[in-house]
Design a protein around this ligand. Structure first.
Ligand SMILES: [Zn+2]
Length: 466
């Protein structure tokens, strides 16, 4: 058999890996969208590098768009097989893809307006809400920690990867030539001390491991308690300077983590008395889904839940629904905290909030997670003095802060911890995926030190025979 890498190869988005058996059967692991890669993004998303009609099965590690975002396109181009994932992943993917289809349709409408003006040919949106509905009908729920027979030769097992709710590492046992080959795909790996989620779980010995490597060169700072840092930044910005705190945050995961931390501050009587807005309809839906799966949350949260029936709700919190309400926040001079998506500030309402608040030194833009270096959040995090938003250049006058310890991705110690259940001498090869190339190279050396001798950093659209 062989495996080919059609995304998240020497980069962090577009996760897509295809296993092809000798008999031609194909299993696709994830079908993610490339994001935040500047002018290249569209081109990358235009070309799968394989024929969707020939793929027999798909397994989805988790709901994030960089892992699920091209599923509707896969289906519209002829994929008709099942899409296996956990129940929370299915629910979250449904809302994320629906939202994504709306953004794509709006973007296409905008482009077509320009195209018409300039006499250029019109474009079709990459996919529509109808494609999403068709795609969701193919989803099949698989429980964690149980062996599930995909076909007589292929068995699937999903284990908690601790990254976002529902996120799983994928383990395949494939029988070929009277021999079983075990392939593990980590998906995205969470942290071993996450605020909300359980730690990534141990998994059976694998022959081949596809391992994410987002933070392969980084140790998260442990000395930065999220609650205290949030308190300090909100106090400084809102109470002392009378400004606004704008937090670009992923709707799924990060937003709920911040809400939980703020809820904990309230419990301790330390929550600054200002208005808190979650300005993302998607975030509200995702929060509801999380509330339906509280069994997946860690022991600390379960403990708080014994005396607090809603750990994502506190005094002053309001979910913003309509665009009008969102726009009204601009004209409201009162200090407040606005949590809004998207996390990399590449799309969504948060771009408006950043644009409207970036020019005032009273305000703070607070980064709370990974951002592709070229994305707006990435540029701000890098300390750029000026950024482009909606085709206009803006000088960065507002304070830019970040809480780096808030990450849905493990650092290199977490990644190595994930592999602790594996005997290095029995792992034939590790493929590093989902990471920037220079970071992957640094991480490769660490893996060698741990006894994993055969490490490969595959390039886009290349394949390796197993
Ligand atoms: Zn993810």
């Amino acid at each position: 058999m062989k495996i080919s890498f059609h995304g998240a190869a020497r980069t962090v988005t577009g996760s897509k890996h295809l296993i092809t058996l000798n008999n031609g059967e194909q299993i696709l692991l994830d079908c993610g969208m490339f994001q935040g890669m500047g002018s290249e993004t569209e081109e990358l998303n235009d070309y799968f590098g394989f024929n969707p009609k020939k793929v027999n099965y798909m397994v989805l590690s988790h709901a994030h768009i960089d892992h699920s975002g091209l599923i509707p396109r896969l289906v519209s181009e002829g994929y008709t097989g099942p899409i296996y994932c956990t129940a929370p992943t299915m629910e979250l993917t449904k809302i994320l893809l629906t939202d994504s289809s709306k953004i794509i349709t709006q973007d296409a409408e905008y482009t077509n307006k320009q195209n018409k003006k300039h006499g250029r040919p019109l474009i079709e949106p990459m996919y529509t809400e109808d494609d999403v509905i068709k795609a969701i009908s193919l989803f099949k729920i698989v429980d964690l920690d149980t062996d599930f027979e995909i076909s007589p030769r292929i068995t699937l097992r999903l284990t908690d990867s601790g990254h976002i709710i529902g996120a799983a590492a994928i383990h395949l046992s494939i029988l070929e030539n009277a021999k079983v080959t075990k392939i593990t795909f980590s998906g995205d790996i969470g942290r071993y001390n996450d605020l909300l989620l359980k730690s990534p779980k141990v998994f059976p010995q694998a022959d081949y491991v596809l391992l994410e490597s987002t933070y392969g060169d980084k140790l998260h700072s442990e000395l930065e308690p999220v609650e205290e840092k949030l308190h300090e930044i909100i106090h400084q910005t809102c109470i002392l300077r009378g400004g606004k705190v704008i937090i670009p945050a992923f709707s799924v995961g990060r937003t709920q983590e911040i809400l939980y931390a703020l809820n904990c501050l309230e419990e301790k009587g330390k929550l600054p008395d200002v208005a808190y807005y979650v300005d993302s309809p998607l975030s509200e839906k995702a929060t509801e889904i999380l509330k339906d799966h509280t069994d997946q949350l860690n022991k600390d949260v379960q403990q708080v839940m014994k005396h607090d029936d809603d750990v994502f709700k506190f005094k002053g919190l309001k979910f913003v629904h309509s665009t009008e309400e969102s726009i009204a926040l601009n004209d409201d001079p009162r200090p407040c905290v606005i949590i809004s998506s998207s996390g990399m500030a590449e799309a969504g309402r948060v771009r408006h909030h950043i644009r409207n608040n970036i020019g005032n030194a009273k305000n703070t833009i607070l980064m709370v997670g990974y951002a592709e270096p070229r994305s707006l959040a990435g540029q701000l995090k890098n300390g750029n003095k000026a950024v482009w938003i909606f085709r206009e250049e803006h000088t960065v006058v507002a304070d830019v802060q970040s809480i780096d310890s808030m990450s849905a991705h493990g650092d290199y110690n977490d990644l190595i911890h994930f592999l602790n259940c594996q005997k290095p001498e029995e792992v034939k090869q590790i493929f590093l995926v989902h990471g920037e190339y220079n970071i992957q190279q640094a991480f490769e050396a660490r893996l060698h030190d741990k006894g994993f001798k055969n490490v490969c950093i595959p390039d886009l659209h290349t394949h390796v025979d197993l």
